[in-house]
Design a protein around this ligand. Structure first.
Ligand code: DX5
Ligand code: ZN
Length: 215
């Protein structure tokens, strides 16, 4: 079974309570929360006050994706909103080993995210400290973008690295995940699918979540 983490970025921000209720009633495994700072990525989304409010009414584990510079400054805040998983970008962390350990010390799972142009080989020396690798299949910053094909071969290479190292890291994919790309991602070895516009723009989001989990 595939884990599904719907991205709240594609929800209706005027009716977040309604959309979170839909997530609560769905088979979604986690809720994916995209924090953007307008510096690491060319867009600004929402920050900790919103995460705190969402955390109070969401029954699913929070999967927080920080697209910000210096994510190590916000480890305590991320833990405080009740996050299960804290994803930091490889490109934003100078001392990744230390950051991963600090995330664990705060009681969260630690995820490392790679931009489409960042090779998976750069994770060789941290893979055993990582609970999840998030492969971006679009350039981060916006929902609804076109899937970058080279992600499929990155999954294959990452899968090999994980099994050779004995790491238990999950592989998550984020960006352009929809009916055509999702089966190919799962076949290549993806464990967790993030999907925003495909789920929230659909007539029947709960059905889409169900179908993605069945892949
Ligand atoms: C993009 C975000 C994604 C985004 C995915 O920077 O990290 O989580 O919400 O959106 P879709 O599924 O519409 O490509
Ligand atoms: Zn994301």
């Amino acid at each position: 079974m595939t884990l599904v983490s719907p991205s709240l970025l594609a929800a209706d921000f005027m009716h977040l309570d309604r959309d979170i209720e839909m997530i609560n009633q769905s088979e979604a495994d986690w809720l994916h929360l995209d924090v953007m700072d307008g510096v690491f990525v060319p867009n600004i989304s929402f920050g900790f006050p919103v995460l705190e409010a969402v955390g109070k009414c969401c029954k699913k584990p929070l999967d927080v994706h920080l697209m910000i510079v210096h994510p190590e400054r916000f480890i305590r805040e991320t833990a405080k909103v009740g996050a299960m998983m804290m994803n930091v970008h490889y490109e934003a962390c100078t001392h990744l080993n230390r950051t991963l350990h600090e995330i664990h010390e705060e009681g969260m799972k630690a995820g490392v995210t790679l931009n489409p142009s960042t090779p998976v080989s750069l994770l060789e020396d941290v893979i055993e400290d990582v609970d999840m690798v998030l492969l971006m299949s679009v350039n981060p910053g916006f929902g609804g973008q076109k899937f970058i094909e080279n992600t499929i071969s990155k999954i294959t290479r990452l899968k090999r690295m994980i099994s050779e190292s004995g790491s238990k890291a999950l592989i998550q994919v984020d960006g352009g995940v929809q009916n055509e790309t999702a089966p190919r991602l799962v076949e290549a070895g993806a464990d967790v699918l993030v999907s925003g516009s495909y789920i929230f723009n659909s007539e029947d989001p709960k059905r889409i979540i169900h179908d993605l989990r069945m892949l």
